[in-house]
Design a protein around this ligand. Sequence first.
Ligand code: BGC
Length: 394
Amino acid sequence: MNHELSSTTFPPGFLWGTAIGAHQSEGNNTASDWWYREHLPDSPIAERCGDAIDSYHRWPEDLDLAAGAGFKDYRFGIEWSRIEPADGAISHAALDHYRRIVEGAVTRGLRPTVTLHHFTLPLWFAARGGWLAEDAVQRFLGYVDALAPVLEAGVERVMTINEPNIVAVLPKLASSNGDTDLTQGLPVPDEALTKVMIAVHRATVERLRTRHPHLELGWGVSVQDYQADPGAEAAADAYCEPRDQVFLRASKGDDYVGVQTYTRGLISADGTPRLGPDPELTQTGWEFYPPALGGTVRRVARIVGDVPLIVTENGVATSDDTQRIRYTTGALRALRAAMDDGVDVRGYFHWSLLDNWEWGHWGPAFGLVAVDRETFTRTPKPSLTWLGSLAPEA
Ligand code: BGC
C-alpha cells in the first residue's frame, strides 16, 4: 500500500474522470417527481434543489474545468423528464441540449459517459405507478430510443441506472427525507422494485447493443465495504445479498460494472452494521475510511466474475479540501493494491466535479470545485488540479 501516486500509478488507457448527476446539478427540473415532492407544502425534503448549480446553462464551464485539470472522462446525466416532459411528448430541444454537451466534451478531449436514470422520474410516469406500472420497461425503452441522436454524437459509455439498489429503497427512504443513511446501513430493497430494476437494465442493455453497438454498457451499484466480524461471514453475506449482491450478479454479460463506494460498515453476527471504533465522520455522518474502495472492489470482483469494474463514484463530503485529498489518496492506493492482486479495474470517476445538491441538503460538499449558490461562480479547490494531474496516459 506504499504507492506514491502519479500519472503512472494507473495503466495507460485507464479511465480518469469526474461524475455529476442531472437533477443534482442542472436546476429547475420542473417536470420531475422530485421537483414535485420538494414543493409539496408538507414536503419531507429538508432543502429544495431549485436552481441546483445551474449546470443546465453552465455546462461549458463545467467541461472546461474538468478538461483543464487534465481529466480524460466525464460522467454526467440525462434527465428523462426533460426529454419527455409529458407522456409521449419528446422534446427535440432537450435532445439537442444533451447532444451539444456530448459534442462539447469530445471537443475538449473528454470521453462522455452518460447516466440514463439517476433517481428522478418524469412526474407523469411516477403518477401512473412509476417503476411498478405494468408497462414501465416499455416506457423507459421509449425514452432510450429517443436518445439515439445524443448517443450517436460521441458517447462512449452508458450507465443505464445509477444505484438500482438505492432506487429500490427510495420508497422506504421517502418517508424520511430521501437521504441514504449509509451510517446505519440500508433498509432491505423492495423485492418488486429489485426485479423491475433488473428487468429495465437487461432490456436497456439489449436494446442499446442492437441499436448502438459501439457503446460500453453497464450500471452503477452502491456498494460499501461491509466487513464481517470474526465468525460473522454468513451474516455479512446475508446482509449484502439483497442490498447489493443480487444487483451485482445481474451485471453478467455487461461490458463493465460500476462500483460506487464511500465508506465501510462492520457487520456483527446478528447482521447489523455499525461504524468502526472512534470513527472520524464526514459531513454526511459516514465513517471516514479511505481504504473502503479497496475492500469493495475485491468483494465485487468475487461476485461478478469476469465483468470488468469501473469505479463510477467515490468521494467524500467535507469542507476541508485537505481531508478530500487525504481520503482520495487512501482510496486510490487501496484501489491500486487490489489491482496488483488481480482485480480487473478499468477506471476511476470521482464524485463529484462540483459541490451540488445532496438529495435534500446543501451542506455536504463533495466537489472538487466550490459553487456560489447565488452567482453560480465556480471556484476550483486544490483537489481539482491534484486529482486531474494523476490522469494516466490516454
Ligand atoms: C449517488 C449520488 C450522491 C452520492 C453521495 C450516490 O449515492 O449516486 O447522487 O450524491 O452518492 O451521497
